[in-house]
Write a protein that binds this ligand. Sequence first.
Ligand code: IGP
Length: 258
Amino acid sequence: MNILDTIVARKKEEIAERKALRTVADLEKEPFFERTTLSLSQSLVNPERTGIIAEFKRKSPSKGIINGQASVEDVTATYARLGASGLSVLTDTDFFGGSNADLLLARQQQVPILRKDFMVDEYQVVEAKAIGADVILLIAACLTPERVQSLAAFAKSLKLEVLLEIHDESELVHICNEVDMVGVNNRNLKTFEVDINTSLRLIGKMPAHKPAVAESGISDPETIKTLKQAGFKGFLIGENFMKQPDPSIAFADFVKHL
Ligand SMILES: O=P(O)(O)OC[C@@H](O)[C@@H](O)c1c[nH]c2ccccc12
């Protein structure tokens, strides 16, 4: 089994455990459930922002511990203040060291927030709304095109936006009307290999009317210039900032060079 299959198998167990603890009806009573969500697709094309979706990630299966001490409140506040177009918060605990509590803390910021997790069930979409997310991620590598479409339609019914993540040509067929943005993960989730050229290769084959997001392995402001020229509007960056003792300082320094 590759790591993605392992994560998704564990995720399904976790969802069953969570459903037993809190029903959908419980989630719908959460204070954040009834709220006006923010649009990441609009924020990405706002010329006053950087296009960066800055990610809070404590650890990952490929890197182990990235940052064991940073405060989600402090770091996301700096990201938002210094021009991040959006925030991405890992909510998977077992493999990424994140939690729903992290996303709730990030929600103090008035910028769109992506719930970064492995979404395979409608329950998680309801939960995303209840914990304060504006956008969900759907990963083509763990869903059929039909499931992408049905989960995306469900997310839209809750006024959440959808970022569809693809990694190669074969996954272009997962793109449907219901997704708002298409991301290209430069990291192969099965082998962990990272190659920025994955984004540059795929952009020409993606729909021009949906903002394109380049994801993973970005560590140089020059790369953002190249990706922008190729047509990307969003740049999802985690580790480059999180691996520093103070991710806020790393972010401030990076945006100076854009
Ligand atoms: O830390 P990086 O290399 O900047 O990557 C961020 C983000 O793209 C990455 O965390 C990611 C992209 N798609 C995912 C899906 C699940 C978990 C994590 C991810």
